[in-house]
Design a protein around this ligand. Structure first.
Ligand code: KET
Length: 463
């Protein structure tokens, strides 16, 4: 007898041993469990009808060979967290800011901008492919500063993107189309989605050394020699500030040396700026790496995100900026970015773009945003310090935990391995990514001691 494709959907290998009719009913039951829109009573009363229609629908599926995708290493952590009923549970997986009460936070300045927007009742017509003009102007000026020569000389091609991820994806499409023989160098480790983005855009990538597990610090020599060794004209992906996942940034002197090597090798710097203002609390300080590269007259790419610094996670608002050697080149680059965007998503959403443009364009709202951002960054710094103090107070082994204080941004890279990270989740209900990263933005002062206990236990008692 030919085996039924329903089997793989019912995910039961045992069922293949059952006689045909029983196996059919077994599979129907398994399948009906997945069909939440049908109540069981309903299935009983109309059983014969559903047996026939469901078996036809499922057995003939053209999608039978599609296997179950693994959960996302970052966003999948939140799904597991939601399913846990333990009251001590902590979600330190995704990088999303929480208040001291561990609640999501909508910035007051965002609520004010939205109130104004409701009053103005502007229309919701399609945006141009490149996005909202006022947003594109504001975002480039925020990144470089209004008086920067690249702005004054109109050398930046800015296109509104679907937050940081969508902007990186658009840049990857540009690289794939216009630099087919170039590869992208990414740090090891890096934000988990970078590899997916370049894989899906069919852009080859390789890694440069970044993290040194011995010092839980930067492997600067490794980084420099790998960037030097890469084929001339490679794209070098750099985290503008608050490197994710390590929280380890180069010093200003090290940034200069990185720029020297990139310049020597004719590489193209490609910045991912997802945390401007959120890392140090200052928009200017967090943009200093990008501005230093621009001041050298280099051409560079910068993807921006407003998920964290304005808490606009779900609005999907960000931008891709390409700094070019002249306004004429920038004009052409922009036209090609639009050409790439049109068949992907046609044009971007308007709501988040208006929020950003209205806040940056209004001096009162702009100052208020800077204050709120500094207070979010301050809360993260204070739980970082409290976690460090708790670790020092509770751990008698003499281990040096000071690396935690040297890291910056919303994450701490604890140095815990996969088995130790599993222990954090399975025993302590602390949800985190398996690379040992914890999001301090999901921690409150009240939970620091509990987290310190969990880290000490996992570090010393699990190998
Ligand atoms: N770059 C970096 C370095 C980054 O950490 C994120 C998000 C993004 C880009 C994309 O953010 P977007 O919301 O598309 O603007 N990082 C967090 C969330 C995620 O994984 O999607 C995180 O690492 O938890």
């Amino acid at each position: 007898m030919a085996s039924s494709p329903i089997l793989s959907l019912a995910s039961s290998t045992a069922s293949s041993a059952l006689p045909c009719r029983r196996r059919f009913l077994h599979n129907l039951k398994a399948t009906s469990n997945q069909m939440t829109f049908l109540g069981n009573d309903h299935i009983n009363s109309k059983q014969s009808f559903f047996r026939t229609s469901m078996s036809v629908a499922v057995e003939n599926s053209k999608f039978t060979d599609i296997t179950m995708a693994p959960p996302d290493p970052i966003l999948g952590v939140s799904e597991a967290f939601r399913a846990d009923t333990n009251e001590m549970k902590l979600n330190l997986g995704v990088g999303a800011y929480r208040t001291e009460d561990l609640q999501p936070y909508v910035l007051n300045v965002v609520k004010k901008a939205e109130t104004l927007m409701l009053e103005w009742a502007e229309n919701k017509e399609y945006l141009p492919i490149e996005g909202l003009a006022a947003f594109n102007k504001a975002t480039a000026e925020l990144l470089f500063g209004t008086e920067n020569p690249v702005i004054l000389q109109q050398r930046v091609a800015t296109v509104q993107g679907l937050s940081g991820t969508g902007s990186l994806r658009l840049a990857a499409a540009l690289i794939e189309r216009y630099f087919p023989s170039s590869k992208v160098l990414i740090s090891s480790p890096t934000w988990g989605n970078h590899k997916n983005i370049f894989n899906d855009a069919r852009v080859p990538w390789s890694e440069y050394r970044y993290y040194d597990p011995k010092t839980v610090g930067l492997d600067f020599d490794g980084m420099i020699s790998d960037i030097k060794a890469a084929p001339e004209g490679s794209f070098v992906l750099l985290h503008g500030c608050a490197h994710n996942p390590t929280g380890i940034d180069p010093t200003p002197e090290q940034w200069e040396i990185i720029a020297d090597v990139i310049q020597e090798k004719n590489h193209i710097p490609f910045f991912d700026v997802a945390y401007q203002g959120f890392a140090s609390g200052s928009l200017d300080k967090d943009a200093s790496s990008v501005r230093m590269f621009a001041a050298r007259g280099l051409e560079l790419l910068i993807a921006q995100s407003y998920s964290k610094n304005l808490g606009l996670y779900a609005e999907r608002i960000g931008a891709i900026n390409v700094v070019c050697s002249s306004s004429d080149v920038a004009h052409r680059v922009k036209s090609q970015l639009k050409r790439l965007a049109r068949p992907m998503y046609s044009n971007p959403p308007i709501h988040g773009a208006r929020i950003v443009a209205n806040i940056v364009g209004n001096s009162d709202l702009f100052s208020e945003w800077k204050e709120e951002m500094a207070s979010m960054a301050g809360r993260i710094k204070s739980v970082r310090k409290k976690l460090y103090d708790s670790l020092c107070a509770k751990d008698n082994s003499g281990k040096d935990w000071s690396f935690i204080l040297k890291q910056i941004g919303m994450f701490s890279f604890t140095g815990l391995n996969k088995a130790q990270s599993d222990n954090m989740t399975n025993k302590w209900h602390v949800y985190m990514t398996k690379d040992g990263r914890i999001s301090l933005a999901g921690l409150s002062s009240a939970n620091c001691e509990y987290l310190a206990d969990a880290i000490i236990d996992s570090y010393h008692n699990v190998s």
